[in-house]
Design a protein around this ligand. Structure first.
Ligand code: AMP
Ligand code: ZN
Length: 476
């Protein structure tokens, strides 16, 4: 089936044709679909928002694999100090946290990389083929800056760093579409931008010099003296190393559309003489909390530990992510997570003992399989996919279970075929009293009263099931 994917470059849903099948692609022959995802700096616990981005990278990878492509997926680990603001000044994130935690910047990076990867495991996200660390690719980054310098795209701001001159870049900022020219004009007309020694508001640091009066832990020697990389250069250098100068997909959070990715495109296209650098630019929209931005000041920057502390499994969160299409905002509330958990549990109950292995060829023509593939191929429309699964379970056959087994193993990874260990819960005395009265009502054939008592039990979020001699109570 043909995959259609929303490409931020064209602001359209497009047919996905990988470079290896694209007659317009003139670079070296490829035998894989290459994708690169931007990951944040490893200096704190990833939030459930950050993990939505990782989940999206996994979703893209699994979709491509489902379609039979050989995928080379790269996700960077930014373990080198970048600056706390999007502008090119401010304090170094890693060093700031190192001071706070009383450990070295290197230890901060190692600690949070480990936490990030443990979180991936809990969310059933496999590691990506390559997860390169910025600190292990300093030479590649320096080489790219050198190339850009040789091609006259750079200038030096004394005591500060090497900057990219964006006025020399054809179509700089095109990714900000559709109004990018106006946006750039506004910037140039004096919208407040910290200029420092920059020539144009959109120019950005490729390399920063180590400040004279301050010793950073993360600085390195380079042809320009001691310093550290600008925060965009690692993505250009590392993606090129592992996927070549032109590759299929670059993914990241929607916040990258305005700064990080336009800069990544500018330095790569100028440095490597390619256009377009990447065929499909995919961005996941943000996860919000209670209808607004996650923010420290509101105390709503939740991470996996918070989820588990409230009695949820990370897989409930995984189910929750599937409930919205990656390209739309998703609103997180604890009630929504509870709903995700309940739906996942109800699926598990329906699927217990039903795992059925069949050859994929045997069910490829089944309408459920077609609906599932149509949903996935429609820009990874996961809500549509979940609806198809739910609907199919109303009249499930052996084939339904075989298709869901296949989907679970290759895509959902929600442990849907696990046996549920019922949670221990206390049944309120009120519920027991209603259930006892209901037994009496049934004995005296007052079925209207029995129904009314059942509704009262339901209102309290419990359900009563008749057994041969008595009844059983469970949570709704
Ligand atoms: P941060 O650590 O906040 O700079 O975020 C790092 C990256 O994670 C961002 O650039 C986004 O791409 C992604 N990200 C951060 N917050 C969210 C969110 N609430 N929803 C989805 N992605 C996010
Ligand atoms: Zn990046």
């Amino acid at each position: 089936m043909q995959l259609y994917i929303y490409n931020t470059l064209t602001r359209q849903k497009e047919e996905f044709i990988p470079l290896m099948e694209d007659p317009n692609y003139k670079g070296p022959k490829k035998d894989f679909v290459g994708m690169y995802s931007c990951w944040p700096t490893v200096y704190r616990d990833p939030s459930i928002g950050n993990y939505r981005a990782t989940f999206t990278a996994d979703l893209i990878r699994n979709t491509l694999k489902l379609l039979g492509y050989n995928v080379q997926a790269v996700m960077n680990i930014t373990d080198v100090g970048h600056l706390v603001s999007d502008a090119d000044d401010g304090e170094d994130k890693l060093e700031k946290w190192a001071k706070r935690e009383g450990i070295t910047a290197r230890e901060v990076a190692q600690k949070y990389e480990k936490i990030f990867k443990e979180g991936m495991k809990l969310l059933h996200i496999d590691e990506f083929n390559v997860m390169p660390r910025a600190t292990e690719h300093i030479e590649e980054q320096i080489a790219l800056v050198k190339t850009l310098e040789e091609k006259w795209y750079t200038y030096t701001v004394e005591w500060d760093g090497i900057y990219m001159d964006t006025s020399k870049v054809e179509n700089y900022g095109e990714l900000m579409w559709p109004n990018y020219k106006k946006r750039l004009a506004d910037l140039n007309a004096g919208e407040r931008v910290e200029m420092g020694g920059k020539k144009h508001p959109t120019d950005f640091a490729l390399r920063k010099f180590a400040p004279e009066n301050e010793k950073r832990q993360m600085e390195r020697d380079s042809p320009w003296g001691r310093g550290f990389p600008g925060w965009h250069i690692e993505c250009s250098a590392m993606s090129s190393k592992y996927l070549w100068h032109q590759f299929d997909i670059h993914h990241g959070g929607a916040d990258h559309i305005t700064i990080h990715h336009p800069n990544e495109i500018a330095q790569s296209e100028c440095g490597f003489d390619v256009h377009p650098r990447v065929k499909y630019r995919i961005h996941n929209e943000f996860l919000q909390v209670d209808g607004g931005k996650m923010s420290k000041s509101l105390g709503n920057v939740y991470n996996l530990k918070d989820i588990e502390a409230k009695g949820f499994s990370p897989l409930d969160l995984r189910y929750f992510y599937f409930m919205a299409q990656y390209s739309n905002f998703q609103n997180f509330t604890w009630d929504q997570l509870e709903a995700a958990k309940n739906t996942r549990h109800s699926l598990i109950k329906k699927l217990q003992w039903k795992k059925t292995i069949q050859d994929k060829k045997d069910f490829e023509s089944d309408p459920l399989f077609q609906q599932i593939m149509e949903a996935i191929c429609d820009n990874m429309n996961t809500p549509k996919l979940l609806a198809a699964v739910q609907w199919a379970l109303n009249t499930a056959t052996e084939t339904t279970y075989a298709i869901i087994t296949w989907l679970e193993d290759n895509f959902l990874k929600l442990w849907l075929f696990e046996t549920i260990v019922e949670e221990k819960f206390d049944i309120p005395a009120e519920v027991i009293a209603f259930a006892d009265q209901r037994v009496e009502a049934k004995k005296s054939k007052d079925f209207a009263l029995a129904d009314e008592l059942r509704s009262k039990i339901t209102e309290l979020w419990f359900q009563v099931k008749d057994t041969k001699d008595s009844y059983e109570i469970s949570k709704l």
